[in-house]
Design a protein. Structure first.
Length: 133
């Protein structure tokens, strides 16, 4: 029986996290930063949610988190806006888990990083057009 591979440490994922953070950081002025640590970067809308179930709280827009086995990039607009699903490239789709999460075990290559930037920009524009930002 083969030995089970041990999960990477937070330090080993630091490069992945560092590569992903500027994707959201570019839009930082449009959001409230909820968490900005070496293992998590999360942003919320600055204005209250238009949905009554959120009781005037801001919407969660995106988050990057270091986990035990990968770094996850959650982008809530992809879950809420079906038209954004259509612009996810095949290369980025391979990293998708669930409806709004992309997982990275290694540094994203230039193509995937460019695709993620394009998707994040489209998501930001989508929510801005709806006046959710």
């Amino acid at each position: 029986m083969a030995a089970k591979a041990s999960p990477k440490s937070n330090a080993e994922f630091a490069g992945v996290f560092a590569a992903l953070k500027p994707v959201l950081g570019k839009f930082q002025k449009r959001f409230t930063v909820k968490a900005d640590t070496p293992i998590e970067y999360s942003v919320l809308t600055k204005i209250p949610s238009p949905f009554p179930q959120h009781k005037g709280q801001p919407l969660w827009f995106a988050s990057i988190k270091v986990g035990k086995a990968y770094v996850s990039f959650h982008l809530m607009p992809v879950y809420m806006e079906p038209e954004l699903q259509k612009i996810i490239s095949p290369a980025l789709k391979k990293r998708m888990q669930g409806k709004a999460c992309f997982n990275f075990k290694t540094d994203p290559d230039a193509e995937v990083l460019a695709d993620l930037k394009k998707l994040t920009e489209a998501a930001t524009k989508n929510w801005a057009a709806k006046k959710w930002l």
